[in-house]
Ligand binder design. Structure first.
Ligand code: FMN
Length: 165
């Protein structure tokens, strides 16, 4: 089972959370590779993937323009339809718009024909509604959320295995 995480990160926090998601995916016996939208992406690998998670910092209460641009333009070079898709964000504050950032990406995944998965609050704590979020200006939220990102990666991979293996 091949999975990918595609992200934009300016100061490294979204990249760090992508690494925790990948760690969780590997726990569920999956191959997980991480790609920045600002570097060449292995098209063959991504096309072979069963699922892709997209990550963004929250800017102006929505997803960063660079990940939106990737989804609107460069994603046309990849086969995304029918794959499992998910999203995550980093942000300063709970009221900073990270939910909007995730949802703006998930909307584009739907346009691409992807099957969107959140990790599911039905699995219990930690509850993940739209996707995992790490806040860097709210106490130790950023550090504490790393475990949740790993769990999200594991849940995402388990769902992909259930659907596609
Ligand atoms: C120009 C700019 C705009 C930002 N806008 C928001 C925002 O609207 N809401 C929020 O919660 N955080 C906002 N942030 C904080 C970033 O989302 C946060 O620091 C994020 O973790 C940075 O991710 P990165 O290290 O992957 O680049 C903003 C940061 C910058 C530099």
């Amino acid at each position: 089972m091949k999975l990918a995480i595609i992200y934009y990160s300016k100061t490294g926090q979204t990249k760090e959370m992508a690494e925790f998601i990948a760690r969780g995916m590997k726990k569920a016996d999956s191959e997980a590779r991480i790609f920045s939208v600002d570097e060449p992406i292995d098209t063959e690998y991504v096309n072979d993937c069963s699922g892709i998670v997209f990550g963004t910092p929250t800017y102006m209460a929505t997803s960063h323009w660079r990940i939106s641009q990737w989804l609107m333009t460069e994603s046309g070079n990849f086969s995304l339809a029918g794959k499992l898709g998910g999203g995550f964000a980093t942000a300063h504050y709970a009221q900073g718009g990270s939910d909007s950032a995730i949802l703006s990406m998930l909307g584009m995944l739907l346009v691409k024909g992807m099957l969107v998965y959140s990790g599911g609050s039905a699995f219990g704590k930690p509850f993940i509604h739209h996707g995992p979020v790490a806040l860097d200006a709210v106490g130790d939220h950023y550090e504490k959320s790393k475990e949740m990102f790993e769990l999200f990666g594991q849940r995402f991979a388990e769902k992909a295995l259930e659907l596609f293996e």
